[in-house]
Design a protein around this ligand. Structure first.
Ligand SMILES: [Zn+2]
Length: 349
């Protein structure tokens, strides 16, 4: 086949032996492509490094947040909150606060007759509630306005609220010369109740009180008896006599230290909940169900009390006219069980 015939048949020149199709190499284009690839790789590497750096940075800052939160919880203060992120702590327990008296029962009054116990107790409980709620504690007030509840109603409300701690606030009343703060606990001297009371008294004393009149057991002038709120409540409880309303200096101190007293009591309630193992240091709940005192537990239906070793006892009779040799009380929280049976072995519910 001639070249002519080949061209006619195949439409192109025949390839001769030793003759190869010439491939043109565009070196300029290859160089440009290589430069682009190098630039691209360089860009990708830079990008990855930048992203890695950003991730590491955020790790560092998040660990700073954690450290800050720990340091806040460690000392319980938030002094460094201006510079550090804040993490509100929530304490998972319930406090029942009982403002003594109310309504037609004003409680004790000062010399002028203008200052009433029921107002001091209500204002103080409201203030403690504020401080506690700011720290995430659930607070139940036995009364949130000016009304009178029976002592039994108060105890039932406290028990039904499933509160872990109970504090009744009162003001003392006597001759002008008597002064200072005292706290009352059930005469079975239950450990948790005693801890609650002594923590509160220590905290108040630290702020400054006219006289520390100690933690006392039973009922004033009647060690065999108990204040009803310390007898019929299920949880650790105490009754705080927050100074004598009949003493000018006590009133002055209460007014001057009002917020400080409330804050000190709120803090000591949190401290007590931690020490009793109701909550963890971080505020999370440890104790399952309502925290109960080791004092004899009141049975509302039978109106009896069961001691820790399962013995059922009756509340002792109390002479409502009993008076301390020194103090003449005008408080009305006289136990109401005067018609109840005296327990043979002298134990009190
Ligand atoms: Zn009172």
């Amino acid at each position: 086949m001639t070249d002519e015939e080949f061209r006619e048949k195949y439409g192109r020149d025949p390839v001769k032996p030793g003759q190869h199709t010439k491939v043109k190499v565009y070196w300029d284009r290859i160089i440009i492509a290589l430069v682009l690839i190098i630039l691209l790789i360089f860009g990708i590497v830079k990008g990855i490094m930048a992203i890695a750096g950003a991730i590491k940075g955020s790790d560092d800052s998040s660990s700073e947040v954690t450290d800050a939160a720990v340091s806040v919880s460690d000392d319980g203060s938030s002094d460094d909150s201006d510079t550090q992120p804040q993490q509100a702590q929530s304490y998972q327990f319930i406090v029942c606060l009982d403002p003594g008296h109310g309504g037609e029962d004003g409680g004790a009054t000062d010399k002028s007759g203008k200052r009433w116990e029921k107002d001091d107790t209500f204002n103080m409980c409201s203030k403690i509630k504020e401080y506690l709620e700011a720290k995430g504690v659930t607070v139940v007030l036995t009364r949130d306005d000016d009304r009178l509840l029976s002592l039994e109603e108060i105890c039932i409300a406290a028990n039904d609220s499933k509160a872990d701690l109970f504090v009744s606030i009162h003001r003392n009343s006597a001759d002008e010369k008597f002064k200072g703060v005292e706290i009352w606990v059930n005469n079975h001297e239950p450990q948790a109740d005693t801890l609650l009371a002594s923590n509160l008294l220590t905290a108040l004393d630290r702020v400054g009180i006219n006289e520390n009149r100690n933690v006392n057991y039973g009922f004033i002038g009647e060690p065999q008896s108990n204040y009803q709120v310390n007898r019929q409540t299920h949880m650790p409880s105490c009754l705080v006599e927050l100074g004598f309303i009949t003493n000018d200096k006590d009133n002055e101190l209460l007014d001057k230290n009002f917020d400080a007293y409330a804050e000190a009591m709120a803090d000591s309630l949190i401290q007590t909940a931690k020490e009793l193992g109701i909550v963890n240091e971080d505020g999370s709940r440890l104790h399952e169900g309502q925290y109960l005192s080791s004092k004899p537990q009141w049975n509302r239906e039978t109106n009896t009390y069961m001691t820790e070793n399962g013995e059922v006892v009756f509340a002792d009779a109390i002479d409502p006219n009993a008076e301390d040799k020194n103090l003449k009380r005008t408080d009305v929280e006289q136990p109401q069980q005067t018609t109840q049976q005296t327990n043979n072995d002298g134990t009190v519910g």
